[in-house]
Ligand binder design. Structure first.
Ligand code: NAD
Length: 523
C-alpha cells in the first residue's frame, strides 16, 4: 500500500441536509484500515466462491425478503441522510434494489455458468472449448451520494453473487445508508469479511484504488473518474467508470406537449436534479417552443419544495453547499449570456441552506455552462431547433453520452432518431426510468464512462472470462507444427481456397476432404 495518499480528516459526520441534524459520526478508514479490509476480503474469497452460485442466490433471496420487510425503515433512512422525498426513496432506491435482486435470483446461474464454445475453424475441429466465468477476487466499489442505496447495492450484489468479496467505499455524505446495506447483508447470511464498508472521503477512496483489489467499479463525477483511471492505468487495474451526464431531451414537432412538459419537469427536478440521468438539456421544435416553455414554467412553480419526510414534498434539499454553489454559478452564467429565468433561479433560504427553487431557463445556447457542463441541480434549460437534423446535432454536441430521450407520437421516427444519438441509453417517450429495468445495461459513451453495470452486462463485469481449450486427440501431432517444407505450403493454400472461396455447402465438404489431406501429412 503506497503511503502517498493524504488524509485531511479523521472523522466524518452524517448530516440530514433538510434539517442540519447530525445523524451519526464515523472514523475515516485510513491506509491501515483499507489494507486490512482488502487483506481480509482476499482471505475470505476462496470459501465464498466455493459456496457456488445457487447457495449465494439463497442469501440474495433472504436479503430481498429482509429489505421488503424493512422497506419503510430503509426508505426513511435514505430520506433523512440524502434529502429526497420519502416516496422517491421507495421508488428509486428500494424498488430498484428489490428488482435487481429479482433479476440476479432469476438469471445469475444462467449468466455465470460454464458454456460450450462451438467454433467454426475447420483446422481445429478436434477440440472441445468451454467458457468459464471466474470471479476476479476482491472487487472495490466507490459510490456517490445521489442514489446512496440503489447504486452501491446493485453493484455489491452482482459482485457477491459472482463469487467475489467486496470492499465498498460509500460517499462521505451517505455513510449510514451504506452501513444499513451492510447490516441487511450480514443478517441475510453474508459471512464476515466477505463484504466490508470503509467510511471516509476521497482520500479513503484513493487508498482503495491503490490497494490490492482486483477490479474497481466507480460511480461518480468525470473529474474523479479521470483521476482514478490514471492511477489504475499504472498497474492495469480493470475499472468500470459510471460517470456524469448532460442528458438531452428532444421534443419533436408531433409530441404531446402536456405529456412531454410533465416529463421534462419530472426528469429535470426529481431528486432535486441530482441524478446522473436527469434531463440536463431540453430541445424543442421551434413552433412548439413558446407553449412548451410556458407549460414547464407553470408546472415548475407548482412543485412543493420541503423536507422529504413531509408526504406532500416533491423536491427536497440539495446535498451540500458546494452543489448549490455550482447550480448558482450555472444559472448566473446563463443569465449573463442572455437566458431568461421563467421560474426559480433562487435559493429558498427560509426552508434551509441548501434548498434551491426548481428553475426553468429559456433562450439558452451552447455558449452557456448550463448547456455544456453537468449542473446536477434543479435546473431545466430549454432551447429550440428547426428540424430533426439540427436536434440530433445539438444532442450530440456534448462531451457526455450517458442517456437521452426523444419525444414523438411516431415510434419509428423516434427510434430512427434514437439510433443517431451518442449515448449509452436512448429512451423514446420516457425519461430516467431505464435505470429501473434490471435487465438493461447502464453506462455511458464518451466522457460518461467505461463498462456497464446492471443486467447481464453488469454481472459479466464481475467475472474474468477464461477459455478452457481441450484437444480431443492427445496422441496426434498437429499438422501445422514444424516440418514446413515439401507439399505443406501448396496444401495449405489449397485448403484456404477450399474453405473460404466457396459457398457454404461446398466449403463444408471441401473442409472434410482437406482436413484428411493435412492430417495425413508426414511429420
Ligand atoms: P465524486 O466524484 O465527487 O465522488 C464519488 C465518490 O468518489 C465518493 O465516494 C468520493 O468520496 C470518492 N472520491 C473522491 N475523490 C476520490 C479519489 N481521488 N479517488 C477515489 N475516490 C474518490 O461524485 P459525487 O459528487 O459523489 O457524485 C455525483 C457525480 O456522480 C455526478 O457527476 C453524477 O453524474 C455521477 N453519477 C453517475 C452515475 C452513473 O451511473 N453514471 C450515477 C450516479 C452519479
Amino acid at each position: 500500500m503506497p503511503a502517498d495518499v493524504q488524509f485531511a480528516v479523521s472523522r466524518i459526520a452524517s448530516v440530514n441536509p433538510a434539517t442540519g441534524e447530525v445523524l451519526g459520526e464515523f472514523d475515516c478508514a485510513g491506509l491501515a484500515e483499507v489494507r486490512a479490509a482488502v487483506t481480509r476480503a482476499r482471505a475470505a474469497q476462496p470459501d465464498w466462491n466455493a459456496w457456488g452460485v445457487l447457495k449465494r442466490v439463497k442469501v440474495l433471496r433472504r436479503f430481498q425478503q429482509l429489505l421488503l420487510a424493512r422497506k419503510d425503515d430503509v426508505a426513511q433512512r435514505i430520506t433523512r441522510e440524502a434529502g429526497k422525498p420519502y416516496v422517491e426513496s421507495l421508488l428509486t432506491e428500494v424498488l430498484v434494489v428489490l428488482d435487481a435482486v429479482r433479476f440476479l435470483i432469476d438469471n445469475a446461474f444462467a449468466v455465470l455458468r460454464e458454456e460450450k464454445l462451438p467454433h467454426g475453424n475447420p483446422a481445429v475441429t478436434a477440440k472441445s472449448g468451454r467458457i468459464l466465468r471466474e470471479p476476479y477476487g476482491v472487487i472495490g466499489i466507490i459510490s456517490p451520494w445521489n442514489y446512496p442505496f440503489s447504486i452501491p447495492a446493485t453493484e455489491v450484489l452482482s459482485g457477491l453473487v459472482a463469487g467475489n468479496t467486496v470492499v465498498l467505499k460509500p460517499s462521505e455524505f451517505t455513510l449510514l445508508i451504506a452501513i444499513t446495506l451492510q447490516s441487511l447483508l450480514q443478517e441475510a447470511g453474508v459471512p464476515d469479511d466477505v463484504f466490508h464498508v470503509l467510511p471516509g472521503d476521497g482520500s479513503t477512496g484513493a487508498a482503495l484504488v491503490k490497494s490490492d483489489i482486483d477490479k474497481l467499479v466507480f460511480t461518480g463525477s468525470v473529474g474523479t473518474g479521470r483521476r482514478i483511471a490514471q492511477v489504475a492505468a499504472e498497474r492495469l487495474l480493470p475499472v468500470v467508470l459510471e460517470l456524469g451526464g448532460k442528458d438531452p431531451m428532444l421534443v419533436l414537432d408531433d409530441a404531446d406537449l402536456d405529456v412531454a412538459s410533465s416529463a421534462a419537469v419530472w426528469g429535470a427536478f426529481v431528486n432535486a436534479g441530482q441524478a446522473c440521468l436527469s434531463v440536463e438539456r431540453c430541445y424543442v421544435y421551434e413552433k412548439l417552443y413558446p407553449r412548451f416553455v410556458d407549460l414547464c414554467a407553470e408546472k415548475a412553480r407548482k412543485l412543493r419544495v420541503g423536507n422529504g419526510m413531509d408526504e406532500a414534498t416533491e423536491i427536497g434539499p440539495m446535498i451540500s453547499e458546494q452543489q448549490v454553489r455550482l447550480v448558482e454559478a450555472h444559472v448566473e452564467d446563463a443569465r449573463a449570456h442572455g437566458a431568461r429565468v421563467l421560474s426559480g433561479g433562487i435559493r429558498l433560504r427560509d426552508l434551509g441552506p441548501t434548498f434551491y427553487a426548481p428553475t426553468v431557463l429559456a433562450g439558452v445556447d451552447h455558449r452557456m455552462r448550463v448547456m455544456r457542463e453537468e449542473t446536477f441541480g434543479p435546473v431545466l434549460p430549454i432551447a429550440s431547433f428547426r428540424d430533426d437534423a439540427e436536434a440530433v446535432r445539438l444532442a450530440n454536441d456534448s462531451e457526455y453520452g450517458l442517456a437521452a430521450s426523444v419525444w414523438t407520437r411516431d415510434r419509428s421516427r423516434g427510434e430512427a432518431i434514437a439510433r443517431q444519438i451518442q449515448a449509452g441509453t436512448v429512451m423514446v417517450n420516457d425519461v430516467l426510468s431505464c435505470f429501473s429495468i434490471s435487465e438493461a445495461p447502464h453506462g455511458g459513451m464518451k466522457s460518461s464512462g467505461l463498462g456497464r453495470t446492471h443486467g447481464r452486462w453488469g454481472l459479466e463485469e464481475m467475472v474474468r472470462v477464461k477459455h478452457l481449450d481441450t484437444d480431443l486427440l492427445p496422441r496426434v501431432k498437429k499438422p501445422w507444427w514444424f516440418g514446413y517444407g515439401g507439399e505443406f505450403a501448396p496444401q495449405m493454400g489449397a485448403f484456404l481456397e477450399m474453405i473460404f472461396a466457396r459457398p457454404l455447402r461446398q466449403r463444408m465438404s471441401a473442409a472434410v476432404r482437406s482436413r484428411g489431406a493435412l492430417w495425413r501429412r508426414k511429420l
